[in-house]
Ligand binder design. Sequence first.
Ligand code: UD1
Ligand code: UDP
Length: 387
Amino acid sequence: MYRITCVVGTRPEAIKMAPLILTLKKDKRFAVTVLATGQHTEMLHQALSHFGIAADVDLNIMRDRQTLDHITSAVLTGVGGFLDESPQDMLLVHGDTSTTLAAALAGFYRHIPVGHVEAGLRSHDMSLPFPEEANRVLTDQLATLFFAPTRGDAENLKREGLSRTGKKLSHTSRIHVTGNTVIDALFWTLKNLKNRPEPEALQDIPEDAPLILMTAHRRESWGEPLHRICGAVADLLRERPEIHILIPLHKNPTVREAIRRDLGAFAEGTPPQVIFTEPLNYPDFVSVMDRSLFILSDSGGIQEEASALKKPVLILRTLSERPDAVTQGTGVLVGTDPERILSEARRLLDNAAYRQSFASRESAPFGDGTASVKIRDIIAQYLEAGA
Ligand code: UD1
Ligand code: UDP
């Protein structure tokens, strides 16, 4: 059996690795270890548990208001120690977090082939998103196999010379376009959503009331940009007393404090215009995405999910490393400029035909829900070739 360790550290890694972990575990060729770095605690385990996955190893590194240095060094030492005790045939990392980069480096130092799931995304600006753009660029320098969600992502890798063959890989076999595993996770969850009661967070809101979903957490938005976003949302709430905005607050204290400070006053009415909740479990979050008129978010994963759900998402960033979300999906880049946020939000609220135009989009830029199976087959082929 081939020994494969799947590393997860944060909520999005858990959600996006879960379908692949389940697919690999079902296959007798693989002995799978789920290694949680514990960069996130509650949010990581909340996400894993929805898929019935428990970590086999938990490094439990999270500290309150942790620094990038702490995450990177603790993950490097922790994953390295694990690999020294339990040598692996392959290490799988996901995306662009500090867990991703440090775990890939630990694998690289031990000559263990690293498979990068969600490889090749690029904003081409090292400060946006920060530090994720650097994490993904550096991880791709260390990886052996790349699972690129889209053709554009694969092109980015080729342009950087990463299709270059080592002696054990043929020229074309490092970079593979697979779709994004988040679509697998989303479809898996939608199938199991039927007969689920409405999320508790929505119980105080009249059924036909206009609902908007909002999330924000990016490091580069801390301070003034987040304040500007909240200012635009406050203006919208004053202008439209009939709307409700559900905000599942990220556990990051810097972010929760800032959002509560700026929008807390709107959470006091009955029913409140702003509903703050703890992070929602994944099926409740999917169900709220589906029920909302549109989404306001700076999240990466939500841009992909919104495209699959045909739900408009106003992307609170100046550029996206997921260009297909904007060109083929349902994303509209609004940045953090209050006027732009307000005008796009008004257009979505007032113009039903415009809203409908998102719902009727045919394209599925992030895949068809079969990414995990494709990745499993590529890994098997690579390992069976004795590479
Ligand atoms: C991290 C990732 C980011 C990813 C995001 C997904 C890095 C540098 N950042 O950002 O790329 O988009 O996760 O959500 O890798 N906390 C808790 N409980 C939790 C999770 C977080 O209390 O379950 C608090 C802790 O005080 C922690 C802080 O949030 O120190 C920040 O967590 P951290 O992982 O450093 O940054 P995120 O903003 O979550
Ligand atoms: N999500 C969730 N509950 C929430 C908010 C988000 O399950 O309360 C899911 C969301 O559907 C997506 C992922 O978490 O799959 C996105 O995580 P996040 O925004 O923290 O990180 P990013 O994608 O920006 O890295």
